[in-house]
Design a protein around this ligand. Structure first.
Ligand SMILES: [Zn+2]
Length: 77
């Protein structure tokens, strides 16, 4: 396991994926032992629980509007 020290709030990259569904990540949750990445959907879904355990939560989902394609993704399946 790598112990990367986060010195800055790096924006999420296109290669960063939600730990739950594999969609593009927009929320980074920093925990004591590492970090988790979530898409906007799962970031919201787990927000309440994560807020209790997270050291930091970086929400980039406000960037979603410009990045979301018009075509509805069939990601709920
Ligand atoms: Zn997700």
């Amino acid at each position: 396991m790598t112990t990367a020290v986060l010195t800055d709030t790096e924006p999420l990259k296109a290669s960063d994926r939600c730990d739950r569904c594999g969609a593009a990540a927009y929320v980074r949750v920093v925990l004591g032992g590492g970090e988790l990445l979530f898409c906007a959907h799962h970031g919201k879904k787990y927000n309440d629980g994560l807020a209790k355990v997270a050291i930091e939560i970086h929400d980039f989902s406000d960037k979603l509007t410009e990045a979301t394609p018009k075509v509805a993704a069939d990601e709920e399946r």
